[in-house]
Design a protein around this ligand. Structure first.
Ligand code: PLP
Length: 381
């Protein structure tokens, strides 16, 4: 079914198709061509980090992180239960056990106050997710991790170019991952990046990403043949996708400005209605320069949330909910998840709804979403 106002719509910024055509005509459509290098340079310069590697997805970047940290059977990795599957799955496929943490009721980020009780002698990594592009309490998380010799990998799928305490998200952990999936702020359909903040991990990241070979060193003329030197897989995207991505990165400031206008419009025009109906709107701490990745509402009950989504649907507007708590999923339960373990996650997951949000969402369409929400009168008794 198609909606008059969809939930998400990928938008072009102008140069994508030119760069894609150029990448093809240049004759280097495999990975690590001109456009991949330009994306790497762009991101390294913009974020001020030692190395960035494009990957085919954020999922792949997380899997690379699991490789690089040598996470394996017997190890535990702490993840929020309120996140996308890949945050946990990337470590689980290496044999590690995900340990689910609850979230803070205000930002919906990993609750740093719970971490101490979840760390054991087997904990190898903590994976904070900057939900909606609002930074986690990184100071406490890093302090605790350092005290226990545990790595921090930021899942920053939502938060490219956002800041926490004046510093870019994705620059706090030894590793961080980005997503350029169609639903994210800056996209190339499917894509991601691994941000390497610890210089000691750079050389091996290059090898892991190139099927466990030293091909990158060979191309730089540093070795006279390339060979299988470590474990790895194929994590690099085609230069055609990198061409698309570069155009989006070059337009990132406009994209962000537009998304912040959309976010602000929702926030201002729904404030009074939300207050009247006991609906919670996003909380942005003063320490945060958020990414304006999404706009969500937290309804008073599951029933109210479902009725609102159904009403919007009947008016041609698609709103969406997420996430099914990982600790209550089939896989999560196999890792010991049980009802009641993460009460905030369980409650928010039932009541949260995300409104249509994409770069080309026009002011009149957005007004229509707001006006339709304000007309909703099918509240449960
Ligand atoms: C989108 C998303 C991912 C996965 O990104 P892909 O690029 O689709 O693999 C991982 N974590 C979070 C929090 C996400 O929102």
């Amino acid at each position: 079914m198609t909606y008059r106002i969809p939930f998400n719509k990928p938008s072009l910024t102008g140069n994508e198709l030119n760069y894609v055509a150029d990448a093809v005509v240049r004759g280097h459509s495999a990975g690590d061509g001109l456009y991949t290098r330009r994306c790497h340079e762009f991101l390294e310069k913009a974020l001020g980090v030692p190395r960035v590697f494009l990957t085919t997805s954020c999922t792949d970047a997380l899997e690379m992180a699991a490789f690089l940290l040598n996470v394996g059977p017997g190890d535990e990795v702490i993840v929020p239960s309120f996140t996308f599957v890949s945050t946990a799955n990337a470590f689980a496929i290496r044999g590690a056990r995900p340990v689910f943490a609850d979230i803070r009721p205000d930002t919906l980020n990993l609750d740093e106050n719970q971490l101490a009780s979840l760390i054991t002698g087997r904990t190898r990594a903590i994976v904070p997710v900057h939900y909606a592009g609002v930074g986690c309490e990184m100071r406490s998380i890093l302090e605790l991790a350092a005290a226990h010799g545990v790595a921090v990998v930021e899942d920053n799928a939502h938060g490219l170019f956002a800041k926490h305490e004046g510093r870019f998200l994705g620059t706090f952990g030894c590793l961080a991952t980005q997503s350029f999936h169609e639903t994210k702020n800056v996209t190339c359909g499917e894509g991601g990046a691994l941000v390497v903040n610890d210089p000691a991990l750079v050389d091996r990241a290059e090898i892991v990403r190139e099927k466990g070979t030293n091909r990158s060193r060979y191309f730089r003329g540093e070795v006279d043949k390339y060979a299988w030197v470590d474990l790895g897989s194929s994590f690099l995207p085609s230069d055609i996708l990198a061409g698309f991505l570069l155009a989006q990165l070059e337009a990132a400031e406009e994209i962000q400005a537009q998304r912040c206008r959309i976010w602000q419009r929702y926030h201002e025009s729904l404030a009074e209605w939300a207050g009247r109906h006991d609906v919670r709107t996003p909380f942005i701490p003063a320490s945060s320069e958020q990414a304006c990745h999404m706009y969500y509402l937290i309804l008073p009950s599951l029933d109210a949330r479902q009725r609102l989504i159904a009403f919007l649907k009947s008016q041609g507007i698609l709103a969406a909910f997420h996430y099914v708590p990982l600790h209550l999923s089939d896989m999560g339960m196999r890792f010991g998840g049980r009802p009641g373990q993460c009460p905030v996650t369980e409650s928010v997951s039932e009541r949260l709804v995300r409104l249509p949000f994409y770069n080309s969402l026009g002011e009149s369409e957005q007004f229509e979403v707001v006006e339709t929400i304000q007309r909703f009168d099918d509240w449960p008794q």
